[in-house]
Ligand binder design. Sequence first.
Ligand code: FES
Length: 468
Amino acid sequence: MSVVRPHGLPNANDTAYGEARCPAPSVQEIITGDKFPAPAVLTQTNYQYLGSEEIGFERYYDQSIFEAEIDKIWGKTWQWVCREDHIPEPGDHYVYEVAHLSFIVVRQEDGSVKGFVNSCLHRATKFRKSEGCGSAAALRCPYHGWTWSNDGALKAVPNAWDFPHVDPDKFNLPEVRIGHWGGFVFLNPSSDGPDLLEYLAPLPDHFATWDMDKRYVDLHMEKELPCNWKTAQEAFLESYHVLETHPQLMTGVGDANVQYDLYGDHVSRFYAAGGVNSPHLAKPLSEQELIDQMLVGDRSVLDDSLTVGEGETARIVMARFLRKVMGDKFKVDLSRFSDSEMIDTIEYHVFPNMVLFPGVSLPMVYRFRPIGMDPNRTLFEILFLRPKPDVGIAPEPAEPVRVREEESYATVPGMDAAMGAVYDQDTDNLRAQQQGFRASRKGRQTLGNYQEVRIRHLNQIVDKYLKN
Ligand code: FES
């Protein structure tokens, strides 16, 4: 590993809070050197200073705070359930669970989708016991056989003579709101609040040309993490940890000069330049060396197109290369994508639990959910959404693969070993951090004003919901 610059100590007189930035070129300065320019939405910055106050740790383990979050956040916000491709035909359904809540979304005869509470109106048994896909002509309870049509109307009651007090018109299954965006099906357990597109704003505008609906689930992994749902996603909201946790990424990612943006209550963004040296490196690699080391492990793809020509940068060469290789692999024309869209880490967070990458070579979606009523357990999912072919039928969504806590993501078939190692490093920190919350005598965290602003943003929105 190349030598890193020595660290220093903070100086309270340096600048006004929130104004300091890494002295290396910013993402905006880096992308001006690209051959195929980034779209307008990537040429904006939208940081806002949110304060420097410390944030208490009890929010990560306190049972009463957790239960308030279930009621006031998970019971009242828009959450994505599945991809449209998971329920393509009438009668197809998907069970979505978070904490003690359980819902079933069902494709209707007319192509629309309805969502219901996954609990029988006789004596509460769940229609389907666990999360995932299924298909049925009706929703029939496995206990005594009460049956509802897929549109939620009561259809049949065994021994109906014993239930003269049941008015079928008053026994429709309770519905939840359903919304659609980007090939995702969303639900909101509450009938109050904004509709989905208003809730997601400005995400739909930012993603207008990124065609998330034209992608398919190529890989789906899930792992139970021994930490709070906020702890888990905060590990993916900042790049400050790269130097210590992922030192192998420093020759190829601008970590300290990542751009952070905030958009209203529900959306924030992280934008990291790829194909560049970390500002921490004392001896940066040349542009050609950056290309050469990115391809470690796959020398078979080396050819003349990977030579950095006169006036070119590693970013231009890598984007050109990936446009060709990935276009051939996925049978799709990628010529419309800028260099930045091809190689950079562009990561949006949607409150409360969705992380979405519109880039072509880093096309992930993450989801974080509490498991049961334990504030110390979270289900973390990683999906890779690859472009559907321009011609022909896309593969069906990949089945989720459960990875044990101590197991490496790199063991999952189809998972890139180097990326798997990065996820292992990310999740290895979390048990120690969750335990540290309880061990701490200080009891409060101290966040960076810029690099960790998305963590502050997340927690400020949590507080806002809890006050309602
Ligand atoms: Fe569902 Fe009895 S609990 S039919």
